[in-house]
Design a protein around this ligand. Structure first.
Ligand code: AHR
Length: 320
């Protein structure tokens, strides 16, 4: 045999041995409700490409019914692994049992499902939302102390919640209340749903402001469950003549680029990071399942907290 051909065959067989077997992953995404979600989708698609995972991506447009349909389709397609970010925590058991019957492993990404259904999944990869709520409350206390004197001893907070029944909305509320109750200086005077959308954050805030004459000084701060709703609330506050970031302290979660821009403009006081860059971890988990490894039931993603004073230095480093 010709020497070059011999070497080439050698190289091909080494490469063939090294390349892991292909994986097909069905992924059901919630939708595109926020900049966070858009960055999360990009991270998943980029990582699938980089890891050679064939991704069947389905956008549920915020609907659990669509997510259930997508997962059932993945089962019929006999994908190697199913992953999904559940829009709400409940209502998954039946479809997860179907996946189990078909011996298809399931990874839950970003948002948690009911603890009682964890026996049916391989792992849950995502942030500690309750801790994010706690961090937001600490941030708020720090920012309020810097900005204001409150003679009554309690700062009045408006909460703008994320999607009803979703893990981040439930957990961020709980974490925030834990610290608020302990602190004795934060009092939630109003709590409205904004579905994690900027447009609704603005609408909800305008509704509140319409019933609150500026002169009454009805509140001191806004805690929005994500940056996009905070940006909407900031627009509403400015539209009604308030100075967000100064007269009204605003704190939120996610740490998207636009939040850093708002902090540099002096309109947002603090953002608690929740990283959407989960793609690589997801693909690694899929490969680990393929190679027979038992995964940790819970993989917690780490994140930071960014007060207004850090925004200028941090903005150039942001990846989303
Ligand atoms: O589940 C994560 C949350 O969902 C993010 O905080 C929010 O922006 C997104 O829509």
């Amino acid at each position: 045999m010709d020497l070059t051909l011999y070497i080439l065959i050698g190289i091909f067989s080494v490469v063939a041995q090294a390349a892991p077997p292909p994986i097909t992953m069905g992924f059901s995404q919630i939708g595109a409700e926020s900049a966070w979600r858009v960055a999360n989708t990009k991270s998943i698609k980029d990582a699938a490409k980089a890891e050679g995972v064939e991704l069947i991506f389905a956008d549920a447009q915020q609907s659990q019914v669509n997510q259930l349909k997508a997962i059932k389709t993945f089962i019929l397609q006999k994908v190697d692994v199913i992953a999904f970010s559940p829009v709400v925590t409940t209502g998954w058991r039946k479809v997860l049992l179907e996946a189990k019957k078909s011996k298809i492993p399931v990874i839950v990404l970003d948002r948690e499902i009911d603890k009682k259904d964890h026996d049916l999944i391989s792992t849950f990869i995502g942030a500690d939302f309750r801790e994010e709520g706690r961090r937001a409350a600490h941030c708020l206390v720090d920012a309020l102390k810097l900005k204001k004197e409150n003679k009554a001893g309690a700062y009045r907070v408006i909460e703008i919640r994320g999607t009803e029944g979703s893990a981040p909305a439930i957990e961020r509320s709980k974490g925030f209340r834990e610290v608020a109750d302990q602190s004795g200086v934060l009092k939630i005077v109003r709590s409205e749903g904004g579905d994690f959308k900027e447009s609704l954050g603005k609408e909800v805030m305008e509704g509140i402001l319409d019933g609150t004459p500026k002169a009454s000084g009805g509140f001191d701060a806004v805690f929005a469950h994500n940056d996009n709703m905070a940006l909407g609330a900031i627009a509403a506050l400015k539209g009604r003549g308030f100075k967000p970031g100064k007269e009204v302290v605003v704190v939120s979660v996610d740490a998207i680029r636009e939040a850093f821009e708002a902090m540099i403009a002096g309109e947002l006081n603090c953002t608690v990071e929740c990283s959407p860059l989960l793609g690589t971890q997801l693909m690694t988990a899929a490969r680990d399942i393929q190679s027979g490894k038992t995964l940790e039931k819970r993989i917690i993603t780490r994140a930071g907290v960014f007060p207004m004073s850090s925004a200028k230095d941090e903005l150039p480093k942001r990846q989303y």
